[in-house]
Design a protein around this ligand. Structure first.
Ligand SMILES: [Zn+2]
Length: 164
């Protein structure tokens, strides 16, 4: 019984932390592109909405962008801002498009995500706040970072690998 109560308390605390971040983001109004949830629902497909606005994770190997090796720029599917480049994309074997760096340090922002038992680094578009994925410390050189990104949160623009 004690153990069960402890687990319940743990889940409640995790929920509170997650809500705290959302509330803080909204209160600060810190994103240049912002819409109401109703507007986002109209602008995005159901899958895009679930990932970008509700921090869902797409099924591994479900995105055609996972195996995409073409040169080009990956834009945020929420606001069409460039967030990643083919120049930093690598095959991680995880089933999600993976990059060792964003296209620029200003393109994305990170927060700590307590959805699982252990904290993770959540990464989102710095322009609209849309959730993109998570960052892990097991990536390749030169950064050692692995940006594990939901393909549904990205729009690929083939061509030059840097934003114009
Ligand atoms: Zn965006």
């Amino acid at each position: 019984m004690i153990r069960r109560n402890f687990l319940k308390a743990g889940v409640a605390a995790v929920g509170a932390v997650a809500l705290g971040r959302k509330a803080a983001d909204a209160a600060e109004g810190k994103f240049p592109v912002s819409h109401t949830e109703a507007e986002w629902k109209k602008l995005l497909s159901p899958d895009q909405y679930a990932v970008l606005r509700q921090e869902a994770t797409e099924r591994p190997f479900s995105s055609p962008l996972n195996a995409n090796k073409k040169a080009g720029v990956y834009n945020c599917a929420g606001c069409d801002t460039a967030v990643y480049s083919s120049e930093t994309k690598f095959e991680s074997g995880t089933g999600w498009p993976s990059f060792w760096a964003p296209i620029s340090s200003e393109a994305v922002g990170t927060t700590t995500d307590y959805k699982l038992i252990y904290p993770r680094t959540e990464v989102h578009c710095a322009t609209c706040g849309g959730h993109l994925g998570h960052v892990f410390d097991d990536g390749p050189k030169p950064t050692g970072k692995r940006h594990c990104i939901n393909g549904v949160a990205l729009k690929f623009n083939p061509g030059a690998a840097q934003a114009s």
